[in-house]
Design a protein around this ligand. Sequence first.
Ligand code: NAG
Ligand code: NAG
Ligand code: NAG
Ligand code: NAG
Ligand code: NAG
Length: 192
Amino acid sequence: MFVCAVALLCLVSVSHSAPLSCEDLLRPLDQLNPHHLKGRWALVAGSLSDPAYLERFKRRNSTSIDFSSFSNATSSVSYTPSVDAGGKCHYHTHNVSVEGSVFTFDVREQVNLTVTFLRTSCPDCLVMRYDNESKKVERLLLFSRRRELEQKEMEEVNAQMECLSMPPPAIMDPNKELCPEQSVSDSAAAQT
Ligand SMILES: *[C@@H]1O[C@H](CO)[C@@H](O)[C@H](O)[C@H]1NC(C)=O
Ligand SMILES: *[C@@H]1O[C@H](CO)[C@@H](O)[C@H](O)[C@H]1NC(C)=O
Ligand SMILES: *[C@@H]1O[C@H](CO)[C@@H](O)[C@H](O)[C@H]1NC(C)=O
Ligand SMILES: *[C@@H]1O[C@H](CO)[C@@H](O)[C@H](O)[C@H]1NC(C)=O
Ligand SMILES: *[C@@H]1O[C@H](CO)[C@@H](O)[C@H](O)[C@H]1NC(C)=O
């Protein structure tokens, strides 16, 4: 019985013969450096578990996020997604706290998502996994300082999505402009 199970496992891993196992592909970063996050990142590709929401997501012109830190002494950073959809830019600034490879939203924000940064071989990318309250993956988003990545880098994130049984991702059009960065006064207004 035991031998049988082992043989089966071997067959499965041989037939997939991928360079990395899902366990490796879905490993979180050991430690996220909040300073590394600072600045702007463009969404390159993303998948959502909910196919209906993925369809709407595909119609976005562009998405980016800006991270900034309040001071070096704390692990709180602000997280501002900018979405160009429906003919205009939408901004939402959230305070989040970073611990290890995970960030969580301030309880007052009523956003019950946990975001984990996964390891990636791409040096200027962020692979962010958003889990809901039941710890089920809702989205996996690939951001980069670049608008377009090498095929090898795309294959890695596609494999990560497959490991999570997510649908094929939306690939963002690198030629569509990102929303302008919010000015300081805009973001102060958004936080009130
Ligand atoms: C915060 O830390 C970064 C990197 O460690 C350093 O370059 C920067 O000068 C620090 N900023 C302040 C205000 O201390
Ligand atoms: C995308 O941008 C174009 C031109 O800027 C705009 O007309 C269109 O409504 C935008 N599409 C969406 C889904 O926002
Ligand atoms: C998030 O959780 C809090 C407390 O558990 C709950 O009051 C709130 O309605 C939840 N928000 C959403 C958007 O589900
Ligand atoms: C989390 O996501 C799973 C799968 O999409 C869903 O079945 C579950 O109801 C969600 N939980 C919450 C609290 O939204
Ligand atoms: C986020 O944190 C900063 C600094 O602690 C604070 O000034 C600001 O009011 C907070 N914003 C929200 C939306 O909680």
